[in-house]
Design a protein around this ligand. Structure first.
Ligand SMILES: [Zn+2]
Length: 403
């Protein structure tokens, strides 16, 4: 039997994953993702600090020439003759296909087409944009919708700037934005003069479709997203740091570099100047069904990311002392945020501090079959809830919220 088969058998349809840490050379870590304080710069100064932990990832990190082998890719861990054996989640899915992610997704994508991450930056990020499928195709990539949720468990402090610029202020002209782009290499191009910022609130989130300008604030963010790394930075100065001009043209096909019309085309203008961004893009969690009914059964489950068709996410809380069986129609990855107990055959727990390279019992991938049959979760604590975040692929059949 293969490693993947063995692991799936051992976990009774649930794969245990190892922590996947990713450094960013241009970022200062917010130190909220439980890595040991000595390990945030463990990969050396040139690679930068560890700002991110990726979940359920079959997507390699695009991190420049020094990128490590398998950087960004999740590993499965299982017991092989009393020892921990590791292999890539991507290889397991390539081999077992629909048996892990479900035929519905495998037949359409031949891969797991999303991943999620913690993004933990001390300061704000530049106003930037992700291309849609049409523009991304010009450089051989897929478009990228993403979403944010700010888990209270990793947001004891909000960082240096817990506000997010979003879109373009209504009334702004295209010429004004074009001028900012043309000023990119001249210092501060002041593009956020034409945007509006919203205060970020733990326990809520935002939906970011392709073509939407956004400057993420400094809360620690759980970010489900489509498996793609396409982006372009449209703001030249943020937090007193200059953004290299090459990042403005990142995502532009070679033959159109230097063409500002191309940069303007990537902006979905109507989406950006919509005066009702709070109504259309902000996400307050929505219970998946009647809260009283769920509480009576020992749990509360909420949709936290529900506006994209490329992925969705839920927060599941299992109350102290409860044993519940939770059914989902689709495969998902999950990360523990709080509490401890059992999930299927696995011990689940929430480590307080993790060394770089250390294994954990806080991250798993639930196959479609196991999800549909129902996963039993036991919370033995008398006081502490179990809280986990669950990320799903495209077209989740359970997501029936009207937009
Ligand atoms: Zn983004």
């Amino acid at each position: 039997m293969s490693l993947a088969n063995n692991a799936l058998e051992q976990g009774k349809g649930i794969l245990r994953l190892t922590p996947t840490w990713v450094p960013r050379s241009f970022c200062v870590p917010g130190r909220r993702i439980k890595l040991h304080p000595d390990d945030y710069y463990i990969l050396g100064g040139e690679r930068g600090g560890i700002d991110e932990r990726w979940f359920s990832s079959t997507t390699p990190a695009q991190n420049g020439p020094l990128t490590g082998k398998h950087e960004g890719l999740s590993h499965v861990v299982f017991q092989d003759g009393g020892k921990d054996a590791l292999f890539l989640l991507r290889d397991a899915i390539d081999e077992l296909k629909g048996e892990i992610i479900g035929n519905r997704i495998w037949d359409e994508y031949q891969s797991w087409p999303m991943y999620s991450k913690f993004f933990d930056n001390m300061g704000p990020l530049p106003h930037h944009i992700h291309h849609n499928d049409e523009h991304a195709a010009k450089i051989g990539q897929k478009g990228k919708p993403e979403a944010y949720y700010f888990p209270p468990q990793v947001n004891n402090h909000g960082g240096d700037f817990p506000y997010t610029f979003f879109g373009i202020a209504p009334g702004t002209t295209k010429d004004q934005i074009r001028e900012c782009l043309m000023n990119f290499s001249k210092g501060d191009n002041k593009i956020t003069n034409y945007s509006q910022a919203f205060r970020l609130e733990p326990g809520t989130g935002w939906d970011v479709p392709p073509g939407m300008l956004h400057a993420p604030g400094s809360l620690c963010t759980y970010e489900p997203q489509k498996a793609s790394d396409v982006f372009a930075m449209y703001q030249s100065l943020v937090n007193e740091a200059i953004i290299p001009e090459e990042l403005l043209w990142n995502g532009t096909p070679e033959d159109r570099k230097g063409d500002y019309d191309q940069l303007m085309e990537v902006i979905d203008w109507e989406l950006n100047v919509n005066p009702n961004l709070l109504e259309t893009r902000f996400m307050r969690p929505i219970p998946v069904k009647d809260p009283g009914e769920m509480e009576a059964e020992g749990y509360v489950e909420k949709w936290i990311c529900y506006r994209s068709d490329a992925f969705s996410a839920k927060e599941l809380t299992v109350l102290p002392g409860a044993t519940v069986t939770i059914r989902d129609s689709a495969a998902y990855g999950m990360i523990m945020m709080q509490g401890h107990g059992k999930m299927g055959v696995w011990d689940i727990e929430t480590p307080f501090l993790i060394r770089y390279g250390q294994l954990t019992h806080d991250e798993f991938f639930v196959s479609e079959k196991a999800a549909q049959e129902g996963v039993q979760i036991v919370n033995p604590s008398k006081t502490d809830p179990i809280v986990m975040l669950k990320h799903f692929g495209p077209g989740n059949p359970d997501l029936t919220i009207e937009q």
